[in-house]
Design a protein around this ligand. Structure first.
Ligand code: XUL
Ligand code: CO
Length: 433
């Protein structure tokens, strides 16, 4: 036991009226929502990087957090894991996620980095046996070290492609060993700064082949989890190849991977791409590639990825409605890819940020479930498209353009515009919030 969270007891559900800061108001793991336990709907995960590895820097200043486990030794990496699992026990969330760089010190050589990773994975495996939290997904950090500054799989230097392959292989092995349910690839440096020095076609082809190799390796080792791409339009690269869900889908089809790879959709990334979170989720679900989400929010005024904890249940209810409508998660979950503000120094801040985020999502889930269960919105949506249930309308979709056109004169068609009823439906939504 470390004493980092000393005095903080496991968080329990006390209901909306409680005055206790250290309690859940809405997240009640065993409560049944639409026939399923809330914990099994939400499948919360804590992100190792923001909570335990991020030092609190911003572009104008360095470290603000002074954590006892900061440093480059294996002993400190083990202490970090101890603290992490102590937090998981306090929160009671079922999952966590990590990059290699979050959990182990970087070695002087690849072999040393790999040894460090293998050693800490053994330790995390022991922790998993003694505690509740399991691995939702693992991933490789292919963006922080300077060797990746011009990309990983898309790097002009083939040696970096090899290094990325070795790193991803090691991380897939680690994820598999820990029973991870997914493996994520986020291409922060898989993009470019300027076309003046970039062979865009070659880079995309290398990225596509790399992903095929990842899928081949997944099958080779018998990893049953999902491979997930996490779209983001830019930051850190000026232009990322995995821009948004639609772009990723086109990329997967081009490389024959649309049945093999799904997406991990992040709220802040969706916003940066000019979409809403729910749009990205609904589109992915309609394409059959919805996998998991990274839950956070951006600051509404600044145009970058601020990775804040969610605190607006009304906004998240739209996202959870789409998740429920899609049938919920299979291997995916709700990963808090969210970090404290850099002035939030205390251990309590770390706990309460997650408590607030979990409550926000739980409340959103309950609102979304109630509206879905009422059937009111689905009935309105169905009514709007009811014309397509007629045989004549259905026939148009299998016939030719001329046959569809012929209906206009034959039936004397003059379409009658009808209200889209947006405000009425928004009012309906608000009644459920
Ligand atoms: C970066 C981001 C990453 C991925 C994992 O914006 O979201 O933390 O989730 O590499
Ligand atoms: Co993310």
């Amino acid at each position: 036991m470390t004493d980092f969270f000393k005095g903080i007891a496991p968080i329990r559900h006390e209901g909306p009226e409680t005055a206790n800061e250290f309690a859940f108001r809405h997240y009640n793991p065993d409560e049944i929502v639409l026939g399923k336990r809330m914990e099994d709907h939400l499948r919360f995960a804590v992100a190792y990087w923001h909570s335990f590895a991020w030092p609190g820097g911003d572009p104008f200043g360095g470290q603000t957090f002074d954590r006892p486990w900061f440093g480059d030794t294996m002993d400190l990496a083990r202490m970090k894991a101890d603290v992490a699992f102590e937090m998981f026990d306090i929160l009671g969330q079922p999952f966590y996620c990590f990059h290699d760089a979050d959990v182990r010190p970087e070695g002087a050589t690849f072999a040393e980095s790999k040894r460090n990773l293998d050693e800490i994975v053994d330790y995390l495996g022991q922790k998993q046996e003694a505690h509740k939290a399991r691995l939702l997904w693992g991933t490789a950090n292919l963006f922080s070290h300077r060797r990746f500054m011009a990309g990983a799989a898309t790097n002009p230097d083939p040696d970096v492609y090899a290094y990325a392959a070795a790193t991803v292989k090691a991380n897939m092995d680690a994820t598999h060993r820990l029973g991870g349910q997914n493996y994520v690839l986020w291409g922060g440096r898989e993009g470019y700064e300027t076309l003046l020095n970039t062979d865009l076609k070659a880079e995309r082809q290398h990225a596509g082949r790399f992903l095929q190799q990842v899928v081949e390796y997944k099958h080779k080792i018998g990893f049953k989890g999902a491979i997930l791409i996490e779209p983001k339009p830019q930051e850190p690269s000026k232009h990322q190849y995995d821009y948004d869900v639609a772009t990723v889908y086109g990329f997967l089809v081009e490389f024959g991977l649309e049945k093999e790879v799904k997406v991990n959709i992040e709220q802040g990334h969706a916003i940066l791409a000019g979409h809403s979170f729910e749009h990205e989720i609904a589109l992915a679900a309609s394409l059959g590639i919805f996998g998991s989400i990274d839950m956070n929010r951006n600051d509404y005024q600044s145009g970058w990825d601020t990775d804040q904890f969610p605190n607006n249940h009304a906004e998240k209810a739209l996202a959870f409605y789409e998740i429920l409508r899609a049938g919920g998660y299979t291997t995916g979950g709700t990963n808090f890819d969210a970090k404290l503000r850099r002035q939030s120094l205390d251990a309590e801040d770390l706990i309460l940020a997650h408590v607030g985020g979990m409550d926000t999502c739980a409340r959103a889930l309950k609102c979304a479930a109630a509206l879905l269960e009422s059937g009111e919105l689905e009935a309105a949506r169905k009514a709007r498209y009811a014309g397509w249930d007629t045989p004549a309308a259905k026939a148009m979709l299998v016939g030719t353009l001329e046959q569809a056109a012929a209906r206009v004169t034959a039936e004397g068609i003059e379409p009658e515009p009808r209200s889209g009823r947006q405000e009425r439906l928004e009012n309906l939504w608000n009644r459920y919030l």
